[in-house]
Design a protein around this ligand. Structure first.
Ligand code: HT7
Ligand code: ZN
Length: 845
C-alpha cells in the first residue's frame, strides 16, 4: 500500500464552485447523478484532472454536455478537460445494502445513511475527495421513504422526493444524506443574531422516541454556550441529528445534519447510566462545536486533523467543566489520557499529534490526535493566559472563516495576537512520545530551588528528541498544609532548569503539575507520608486526587512485587477523604477508585519490571478486600448518605452521589456477600443503580439470577443489551474470560455487523486485563479469530480493535509469543484490508 506524506502536499488542480447531486435510492442499485462546476486552480502545480472514486459503477460521463469516456481505475478516473471552467456530469450506481464497511452510503435497519469522513464520499460519486476542495452543494433525493434529509436548508419536497441546499461551501467529507421511516423530537432555538433555528432529533418510531429529550437539552445548551463563550452562532435555519444503530464511531458533524451512533444520543433514566448521560452531552456538544471548528474552518489536508479535533475536544472539555464542575472533569480527562494516550505514545503506535505520513487516514483518528491535541490547546491557553487565548481565537475565526487551514495558520494566530514566539512550542505537534519531567529540590537559607529535568523517549521513526516548551503549574504549601505560594506557571524550555522561590520561612511541600498542566509523566520521588499529606491538604483538587492515586499505585506495586502489606497511611488517607462531608461526593468517588490493572502494569514497566497480569489482578482483589475491611464501619453510613431521593435526574450533583454510593456498594459487597447489592438491584428504578448493583454481584461471583432477569427485562433494547453483553466479560474471572466471551458470540443477539455489539464483547475482553492476558492465550486467539472475520466486513472497526495487542512487548515471552502468533495470523489473512494491514505492521514493528 502507498504511504502518503505531509511534505508532498500540493494544492488541488481544479476547484469546485458548486455541486448538484441527485440520488435515486434503491437498496442495491442506487443511482447518483452529479453535476459539478469545476474551474482551474490558479495556485495549482499541475493540470491533471483526477477524481477519486471507489466501488462505483460508472454509467455515463460528460463534459459541458458532451459525452466522454474517462480512464477508470479502482481508485478514480482521469479525463481530458478544458483549460477554462467546465461542467463535469456523471451517473454512477452503488449498492448501499451490501455496504457493510459503514463508509459512504449504507443501510442500517432499513434506513439509508452516510459516513463520509475521512474518505467515504469517493464511494458515493466521482469527486476530488480532499478537504481543501470546498463547494456549495444542492441535493435532490428521490426515494419511497417518508423522511429524506441532507445538509443545509430544505428547499422543496413532495411525495417521494426532497431538495436541500447548503449555502456554506464545504468539503465532501461533510456531505450527508439520510432516508428512512423516522420520527422527530422537535424543538427550536433563537440565536443571538435573531435566527430561528428548527431543531430535530430523528429516530425510528417505537422505543426510542422518549429517549431524545436529554440530547435536545444538551444541544440547546451547547448552542448557547458557544455563543456565550466563543461568540459563535449557528448559521442555518435547521439543525438535524439522526440516530443510527450501525455506526463505526460516536458521531459525525456533517453540516446541519449530524449523524449519531444511537448510543451517543439516546438516553432515558431506565436505560442509560449517569456516565452515558455525561458522554451524550459531551458528544452532542463536540459535534455541534465542529460547526465552527471543523466546518466553517476546516483542514487543508488530513495531516491537519488535530486542527479541528484537538480544538473541538478542548472546547467540549471546557463545556463539560462548565456544566458539571471543572475539578472532576480534569481528573476524568487525565485518567483517559494516561490510560490510553500515554499507552499509545509509549508503544509501537506512537505518532505525532500531526503525523508526517499515513497509509490509511482512518487509522489516525486516535487518542493522540484528539486528546493530546486538546492538551496542546490547554497548554497554549495556560501560556498566553485567558485574555490572550480569547484574542487569538477571535483572530482565528476572523482570519480563517471559510478556509481549509493548517497548524501553521493556527500557531501564527497565537503569535500575532499575543506577540509570543511559539517556535519551540510547535514541537508538541511534531514530536511523538510522552515527555518525562523529573523533579529534585533543595532548600537553603529561605530559598527553595526546584530543578526540573525533561526527557522525551525515542518513538518509532524518531530516535532523537529536542527539549519541549512545557508549562509546569506549581504551588507551595507549608508544613501545616497552608498554601504559601499560590499556583504559578514555570516555563520549562531547557533540558534541565532550576527555578527559585525566595524568602520562605522553612522548606515547603511542593505541589507540582497542578491541574495536570501538561501531558507529561512526572517523576517526583515522594514518601508515602508526603503523598498522604498532599492527599489531605493540597488546595489543587487535581493534585490532591493525584497524590492519592500515586499512593495507591505504590501500594499496589509493593503488593505485586513483594507481597507487602499496605501502609496504614494509605488506608487512613482514604478514610479521611471518604468521611470528609465537605468534599464533593464525585471527588470522593474518584479518590476511592483504584488505578486500573493496566495502569499498574504500566507503572511496573516504568519501573523496569515485566508485569504479570495475573499477579496484578490478585493484588487488586486483595487491596479491594482490605480497603473494604478497613472501612467497614464507615461504608454503610456513607452508602445511606448517598441515597438520592425523588425521581432520577442525570445532573452532576445526583450523579456524584450515585458514583460514591456505587463505589461504596462495590466495596461492601466484598464483605457482605452481596446482600446490599441484591437489595439495590431489586429496588433500582434507573440504569445507573441497576447496572452498578449487577456489576457488584458479578464481581463477587454472584448475581446469576439477576443476570437472567436483566436479559428478560431488556431483550428488546439494543443499547441496554450491549451493557448486558459487556458486563459479563468485564466481570469474568481471568481463566474464564475467553469462555464467557466465546459463549456470548453464540448468543442469538450477537452480531458482528453491529459495531456496538462487537465492541461490547471484544472491547470488554481487552479491558479485562487479567482475562485478556490469561497465560493460556485463549483470549488472544479468540480475538484474532473474530478480527479476521470482521475485517472482511468492516475494516475500520477491525483496525481500531487490533490495537488491543499494542502492548505485546511489555509481557513475558510466553505471552509475547502468543500475541505475536495471533498478530501473525491476522497479518497472514488473504485479502486483509489496508486498514488492518497497516495497524498490524506497525504493532509488530
Ligand atoms: N469527525 C468525526 C470523525 C470520524 C468519524 C465519525 C463516525 C464514523 C467514522 C468516522 N471517521 C472519522 C467525528 C468527530 O470527531 O467528531
Ligand atoms: Zn470531532
Amino acid at each position: 500500500p502507498q504511504t502518503i506524506y505531509l511534505k508532498d502536499y500540493t494544492p488541488p488542480a481544479y476547484l469546485v464552485d458548486s455541486v448538484h447531486l441527485t440520488f435515486k435510492l434503491a437498496p442495491t442499485t442506487t443511482r447518483v447523478i452529479a453535476r459539478i462546476a469545476f474551474r482551474p486552480n490558479p495556485q495549482a502545480q499541475s493540470r491533471e484532472f483526477f477524481l477519486h472514486g471507489e466501488q462505483l459503477r460508472l454509467i455515463s460521463a460528460a463534459i459541458d454536455g458532451q459525452p466522454v469516456t474517462p480512464d477508470v481505475t479502482p481508485t478514480g478516473l482521469t479525463c481530458a478537460v478544458p483549460n477554462t471552467p467546465f461542467i463535469f456530469e456523471s451517473e454512477v450506481e452503488i449498492s448501499p445494502q451490501t455496504n457493510t464497511a459503514l463508509e459512504g452510503l449504507y443501510m442500517s435497519n432499513g434506513m439509508y445513511c452516510t459516513q463520509c469522513e475521512a474518505e467515504g464520499f469517493r464511494k458515493i460519486t466521482y469527486y476530488p475527495d480532499r478537504p481543501d476542495v470546498m463547494a456549495v452543494f444542492t441535493v435532490r433525493i428521490e426515494g419511497d421513504l417518508p423522511v429524506l434529509l441532507s445538509n443545509g436548508n430544505p428547499v422543496a419536497k413532495g411525495e417521494g422526493w426532497a431538495e436541500w441546499h447548503d449555502p456554506w461551501p464545504k468539503p465532501a467529507y461533510l456531505f450527508a444524506l439520510v432516508g428512512g421511516n423516522l420520527v422527530n423530537h422537535a424543538d427550536s432555538f433563537t440565536t443571538m443574531e435573531g435566527r430561528d433555528v428548527a431543531l430535530n432529533i430523528w429516530v425510528r418510531p417505537g422505543d426510542d422516541e422518549h429517549k431524545c429529550a436529554f440530547g435536545m437539552g444538551a444541544l440547546k445548551a451547547s448552542m448557547k454556550w458557544d455563543e456565550d463563550v466563543y461568540g459563535r452562532a449557528y448559521d442555518l435555519d435547521i439543525f438535524n441529528i439522526v440516530a443510527v444503530d450501525d455506526f463505526n464511531m460516536g458521531a459525525m458533524e456533517n453540516k446541519g445534519l449530524n449523524i449519531f451512533n444511537s448510543s451517543a444520543v439516546l438516553a432515558s433514566a431506565e436505560t442509560a447510566t449517569d456516565a452515558n448521560f455525561e458522554r451524550i452531552e459531551a458528544i452532542i456538544a463536540h459535534e455541534y462545536f465542529h460547526n465552527w471548528t471543523g466546518n466553517r474552518i476546516t483542514c487543508r489536508d488530513w495531516f491537519q486533523l488535530c486542527l479541528k479535533e484537538g480544538l473541538t475536544v478542548f472546547r467540549d472539555q471546557q463545556f463539560t467543566g462548565d456544566m458539571r464542575g471543572h475539578a472532576a472533569k480534569r481528573i476524568d480527562d487525565a485518567v483517559v489520557l494516561r490510560a490510553h494516550q500515554f499507552r499509545e505514545d509509549g508503544g509501537p503506535l506512537a505518532h505525532p499529534v500531526r503525523p508526517a505520513s499515513f497509509v490509511e487516514i482512518n487509522n489516525f483518528y486516535t487518542v493522540t490526535v484528539y486528546e493530546k491535541g486538546a492538551e496542546i490547546i490547554g497548554m497554549l491557553k495556560r501560556l498566553v493566559g485567558d485574555d490572550g487565548y480569547k484574542k487569538a481565537l477571535d483572530l482565528y475565526f476572523d482570519r480563517h472563516d471559510g478556509d481549509a487551514a493548517t497548524i501553521e495558520d493556527w500557531l501564527r494566530v497565537f503569535e500575532d495576537a499575543t506577540g509570543r514566539d511559539l517556535t519551540q512550542f510547535a514541537l508538541w505537534y511534531a514530536q511523538a512520545g510522552t515527555p518525562r519531567v523529573t523533579v529534585t529540590d533543595a532548600f537553603d537559607n529561605g530559598n527553595y530551588q526546584l530543578t526540573l529535568t525533561q526527557m522525551t523517549p525515542p518513538t518509532p521513526g524518531q530516535p532523537e528528541k529536542a527539549a519541549m516548551h512545557i508549562p509546569v503549574a506549581v504551588g507551595l504549601l507549608d508544613n501545616a498544609g497552608k498554601e504559601i505560594v499560590p499556583t504559578r506557571i514555570l516555563e520549562l524550555t531547557e533540558p534541565v532548569q532550576t527555578f527559585t522561590f525566595e524568602g520562605l520561612a522553612g522548606k515547603p511541600v511542593a505541589s507540582i503539575l497542578r491541574g495536570f498542566s501538561a501531558p507529561v509523566i512526572l517523576d517526583h520521588t515522594q514518601t508515602n507520608a508526603q503523598r498522604a499529606f498532599l492527599l489531605a491538604h493540597d488546595t489543587d483538587p487535581f493534585n490532591r486526587w493525584d497524590a492519592g492515586r500515586a499512593l495507591a499505585q505504590d501500594v499496589l506495586h509493593d503488593m505485586v512485587r513483594d507481597d507487602k502489606v499496605p501502609d496504614a497511611a494509605f488506608f487512613d488517607g482514604l478514610a479521611a477523604v471518604l468521611r470528609d462531608d465537605r468534599l464533593d461526593p464525585a471527588f470522593r468517588a474518584l479518590v476511592l477508585g483504584l488505578p486500573s490493572q493496566d495502569d499498574t502494569a504500566q507503572a511496573l514497566v516504568d519501573a523496569g519490571q515485566t508485569p504479570d497480569p495475573t499477579a496484578i489482578f490478585q493484588a487488586h482483589e486483595a487491596l479491594g478486600l482490605q480497603i473494604a475491611q478497613h472501612l467497614q464501619d464507615t461504608l454503610p453510613r456513607i452508602y445511606a448518605q448517598m441515597a438520592v431521593t425523588g425521581p432520577y435526574t442525570p445532573d452532576a450533583k445526583s450523579a456524584g452521589k450515585r458514583a460514591l454510593g456505587n463505589r461504596v456498594l462495590a466495596l461492601m459487597s466484598k464483605i457482605d456477600g452481596g446482600r446490599q447489592a441484591a437489595a439495590q438491584y431489586a429496588e433500582a428504578d434507573n440504569m445507573t443503580q441497576q447496572l452498578a448493583a449487577l456489576g457488584a454481584l458479578l464481581n463477587i461471583g454472584k448475581g446469576l439470577d439477576e443476570l437472567t432477569a436483566f436479559e428478560t427485562q431488556w431483550q428488546h433494547d439494543r443499547l441496554v443489551m450491549d451493557k448486558w453483553f459487556g458486563l459479563q466479560v468485564t466481570c469474568a474471572g481471568p481463566e474464564n474470560t475467553a469462555n464467557v466471551a466465546a459463549r456470548l458470540t453464540a448468543h442469538p443477539a450477537f452480531t458482528m455487523k453491529n459495531p456496538n455489539r462487537f465492541r461490547a464483547v471484544f472491547g470488554a475482553l481487552k479491558a479485562n486485563a487479567a482475562g485478556f492476558h490469561d497465560p493460556s492465550g485463549a483470549s488472544y486467539d479468540l480475538l484474532a479469530d473474530w478480527l479476521i472475520k470482521l475485517d472482511a466486513l468492516n475494516p475500520q472497526t477491525t483496525a481500531r480493535m487490533v490495537t488491543s495487542f499494542d502492548t505485546w512487548k511489555r509481557y513475558d515471552t510466553n505471552r509475547q509469543d502468543k500475541m505475536r502468533a495471533a498478530l501473525g495470523r491476522i497479518a497472514g489473512t488473504p485479502s486483509l484490508s489496508r486498514d488492518t494491514t497497516e495497524m498490524v505492521t506497525r504493532i509488530l514493528g
